[in-house]
Design a protein around this ligand. Sequence first.
Ligand SMILES: Cc1cc2nc3c(=O)[nH]c(=O)nc-3n(C[C@H](O)[C@H](O)[C@H](O)COP(=O)(O)OP(=O)(O)OC[C@H]3O[C@@H](n4cnc5c(N)ncnc54)[C@H](O)[C@@H]3O)c2cc1C
Length: 407
Amino acid sequence: MLPKSANTVIIGGGVLGASAAFHLGDAGQSDVVLLDRGPIASGTTPQAAGQTGYLNVDKFAFEFGSYCIEFFENFEERTGHAIDFHSTGSLRVALTEKYQEDLEARLKAAREVGHSVEFISSERAKEMVPTFDPPANSRILLIPRDGYVEPKSVAVAYSASAKDRGVVFNTHVEATGLVVENGRVTGVNTNEGTIEAEWVVLAAGAWTRQFGQRLGLNLHAVPVRHQAFVTGIVAGVYADQPIVRFTEPQVYVRHEAGGLLVGGYGYRPLSFDMDEFDQKFEISSLEADPIYYQQLRDATKAFFPSLGDATIVQERRGLPTISPDGRLVLSEPSGLRGLVVLSACGVGGIDRSPGAGRIVADIVCEREPWIDPSVLSADRFGDDYTTDASLRAQCEEIYAHHYHEIY
Ligand SMILES: Cc1cc2nc3c(=O)[nH]c(=O)nc-3n(C[C@H](O)[C@H](O)[C@H](O)COP(=O)(O)OP(=O)(O)OC[C@H]3O[C@@H](n4cnc5c(N)ncnc54)[C@H](O)[C@@H]3O)c2cc1C
């Protein structure tokens, strides 16, 4: 039964909404209701590769990422619920001078705070990942603390620990709008009635921008398609092998169920306006782009020859949200007090979920922020990108260069 009122209503039970629920509950805010129009983790979250990657030359991103990786390493202790975090490490591979310099800058940033990160030889990389043929003259950075998780398990574990802390979950309930009085949110309308609320967290994934548009807000979080595939079992692939990420071409390869999971950026970037879809559209029915899949395979098999004839047993795809600068959009927008927008996960919402949920709790509990979140402000783009076309073009561009510029 839908409660009549709550201190905070969260719209969306993907990994971001679930993390917000956990962090609010953990901060002592038990009067919290989470709504999802489907089951928990039924949007883009279960499609993810679930990789973490915390090392960045950007100071904010590195500090933020460091909180996130520590959280994943101690997930069960923090939440009381286990996830299968595979702390495999990652190999970051750069072929050209420009991106090799970027790796050197990452190494420097890591060492400044005492993290053990090192360049390794092609021979060592091949020992660690036997199916990988390192390209000649590449540089390979070993980042031991990176890893991956089964993405749905993360949202489910956050939800279970939020419930332990008193948060109420109402699934199969759709938020249809907000009640607003004098520029402040006072409730959420749903298909099952209205819930009065002092705070609303909008974590509706691909639908966040559309929801905002109906309130007259221009939220800079555009759904952009991302695809990955999984092969059947491949000889010589091991569960504990590190993720391999190539800055050029922008692809990632990790172990999945004895085979290889391969995804990448820059392949036929395509954004969406959710009004283009039927109202009942679900992420799981997003149409495949076979050319994107083929390009991904062609780009990767030069370094993983066994991909040439491997059978694809699973396709993953979804609509992560992207902002014009690649960072999260996470704050109260100045146009509407009491609303906390939690979106623009980049293709990194699993990875970023611990830090993002913690910022939501800081805002709602009106406590000292754990990190200065001003770079994530929903207002930061001002009057830029007032047309959909300009906004979508910029977000596609950001997606197209995800490993080059952001990650
Ligand atoms: C192929 C692929 C690989 C990826 N790999 C990685 C990776 O390696 N690492 C990583 O960190 N990230 C990765 N991602 C990105 C990651 O999946 C997303 O960043 C993350 O799942 C976004 O979570 P979310 O909570 O914002 O959205 P979602 O999971 O889509 O959740 C939004 C929820 O809101 C609900 N909702 C929407 N509108 C309403 C409404 N009006 N009322 C009620 N409920 C509503 C939906 O039903 C949905 O459950 C990948 C994505 C894809 C597609």
